[in-house]
Design a protein around this ligand. Structure first.
Ligand SMILES: [Fe+2]
Ligand SMILES: [Fe+2]
Length: 139
C-alpha cells in the first residue's frame, strides 16, 4: 500500500474548474512517478517521467505568467519567483537522479506537497480571484 501520494481533494482545490483541472493533471503525474519509484520501475522511465513533470509544470507556470503579464498583475514578480523556486527544486532532483540514481519518494512528496499547498492556496488563489481566465466567465 502506498501512502506517500499527494491527496488532491482536500489540499489543492480552489473551486475554479479550469484551474483545478490544470493542477490535478500535475498532481496525477507526480503521483504516477511516486508509484513508479515505489514499484522499482526502471531508471530510464523514471527519468522520462521526471522530465514530463518538469515540462508540464513549466508550461502551466508559463501560462499563468502570461495571464499575469497581460493583466499587469501587481504581484507578478513574487508569484513568478515562487514558480522558479519549484522549477529549480525539480531540476535539482532530476540532476541528482541522473548522477546518483537516487530519488526518495517521501522526500519528493514532502517537497511537492508543501509547495503545492502553499502556492495554490496563496499565490494562485489570489491571482484567480482577481484576474479572469482568458475565455472563461468570471469564477
Ligand atoms: Fe497554478
Ligand atoms: Fe502559480
Amino acid at each position: 500500500m502506498i501512502d506517500t501520494t499527494l491527496d488532491w481533494q482536500e489540499r489543492y482545490a480552489l473551486g475554479i474548474p479550469a484551474v483545478d483541472d490544470a493542477h490535478l493533471k500535475l498532481i496525477r503525474m507526480i503521483n504516477h512517478l511516486v508509484i513508479c519509484i515505489v514499484e522499482g520501475t526502471d531508471r530510464a522511465s523514471i527519468s522520462a517521467s521526471l522530465g514530463d513533470i518538469l515540462s508540464a509544470t513549466s508550461a502551466h507556470f508559463a501560462l499563468e505568467e502570461k495571464i499575469m503579464r497581460d493583466s499587469h498583475y501587481d504581484r507578478y514578480f513574487e508569484h513568478k519567483a515562487d514558480h522558479d523556486r519549484l522549477l529549480d527544486q525539480l531540476r535539482d532532483m532530476m540532476d541528482d537522479y541522473g548522477v546518483h540514481g537516487r530519488l526518495e519518494p517521501a522526500q519528493l512528496v514532502r517537497v511537492l506537497d508543501e509547495w503545492f499547498s502553499e502556492h495554490i492556496r496563496s499565490h494562485d488563489a489570489r491571482l484567480h480571484r482577481l484576474v479572469e481566465l482568458p475565455g472563461s466567465p468570471a469564477a
